[in-house]
Design a protein around this ligand. Structure first.
Ligand SMILES: Nc1ncnc2c1ncn2[C@@H]1O[C@H](COP(=O)(O)OP(=O)(O)OP(=O)(O)O)[C@@H](O)[C@H]1O
Ligand code: SF4
Ligand SMILES: [Mg+2]
Length: 345
């Protein structure tokens, strides 16, 4: 597989939950692509469908109430949605690993961290327990745990938050996955530890050549980690493309809103923009463009017709009736805020 080839292609994915109140369409026609050895950042406000997208890749959506209502998840040329549960078990852990959004609940308090990593290794690889322990020590060292031969017998409560997060990463990497899905892997950590963990993920990526799907609220993290970014809003991708292009020339008002709402050094309070309103309830999405009630550019067409992703540059797509026409001058005029870009890579 060459570097420019996609390791994962998600096509028109639909993930619905059947609830007493109705069908919650959490993911509704999502297309995504991750090239081998690269990182795709997935960004959007709370509730827009990021975790549901992630969980559906290794087929971990609980059913019922959830169901994959349509689409394809092509991993190395195979549609994961067509594989048997037995084949999927082989892929989970061996090929595709996941760091869950609530990482601290991923460790079992009654077992040592060494036992937990060894169990994952023994489950997915044909290793004896002595071999698995040896491999565990090597991985703990790789993720920067000091004195691994001592810490391997620690229980989770004996470790700091940053160390536990390294253990979770060690567990996710224990089978050298080709694709790592990391759902907000550093959100719970303080800034210094965040930087260390991200550096660690980057260097392991270089070493192992793995691809990463990285969910984050933090556009600064996207800028430092990802080659491509997908902006998700109300169950759909509304903008997608290379990080440089999206950061220098965002094509969707929601993306502009996200950029302008970040407090960054050098940006005064007057320049901060708060996107008005909230993410709509998936049981009551507005007609037309789902962003129109919050969009400063909304016109009649937005309230009646839903826009679809269309090209606005090389590999850069946006779903807005006025895609590509909305520029920073107009943005400043409409929102009364200053420059919208101030994040450096
Ligand atoms: N088991 C479930 N039953 C019903 N609705 C669900 C279920 N799981 C998720 N949802 C709904 O799907 C939508 C998307 O949820 P998801 O967890 O993917 O959001 P998210 O983008 O990851 O948000 P956050 O940034 O808060 O993690 C939400 O409206 C959520 O309420
Ligand atoms: S289609 Fe209309 S409402 Fe939707 S983002 Fe574009 S301008 Fe705003
Ligand atoms: Mg989530």
């Amino acid at each position: 597989m060459s570097n420019s080839e996609a390791i994962l292609k998600i096509k028109d994915l639909k993930v619905y939950f059947d609830t007493d109140a109705g069908v919650v369409k959490s993911v509704d026609g999502v297309d995504l692509e991750i090239k081998k050895g690269t990182t795709l950042g997935l960004v959007g406000e709370s509730g827009c469908g990021k975790s549901v997208t992630c969980l559906s890749i290794p087929r971990l959506i609980e059913s019922p109430p959830g169901r994959i209502a349509g689409g394809e998840i092509i991993y190395k040329g195979k549609n994961l949605l067509e594989l048997s549960e037995k084949d999927m078990q082989g892929i989970r852990g061996n090929d595709i690993s996941m760091i869950f959004q609530e990482p601290m609940t991923s460790l079992n308090p009654v077992f040592t961290i060494g036992d937990q990593i060894q169990e994952v290794i023994m489950l997915h690889q044909h290793k004896t327990s002595a071999e698995a322990r040896e491999l565990t020590l090597r991985i703990l060292k790789k993720v920067g745990i000091p004195s691994p031969e001592i810490r391997i017998d620690d229980y989770p409560h004996q470790m700091s938050g940053g160390m536990k997060q390294r253990v979770i990463i060690a567990m996710a990497l224990s089978c050298s996955p080709d694709l790592l899905i990391a759902d907000e892997p550093t959100t719970a950590l303080d800034v210094t530890i965040q930087v260390q963990i991200l550096d660690l993920m980057r260097s392991l990526q270089d070493e192992l050549g793995m691809s990463i799907l990285l969910v984050t609220h933090d556009l600064g993290v996207v800028a430092s980690m990802a080659s491509h970014v997908a902006i998700m809003y109300a169950s759909k991708i509304v903008e997608y493309g290379p990080v440089e292009q999206i950061f220098s020339n965002p094509g969707h008002p929601y993306t502009l809103g996200l950029f302008t709402s970040i407090p960054v050094v050098g940006r005064g309070k007057r320049d901060l923009y708060v996107i008005p309103g909230n993410v709509p309830d998936p049981l009551a999405f507005p007609r037309g463009c789902k962003f129109w009630p919050r969009c400063v550019f909304a016109e009649d067409i937005c309230r009646s017709q839903e826009p679809f992703l269309e090209n606005i540059g090389e590999g850069h797509t946006a779903a807005c009736h006025f895609r590509g026409k909305i520029d920073k001058h107009l943005w400043k005029e409409k929102t009364n805020t200053g420059s919208f870009l101030n994040i450096s890579r």
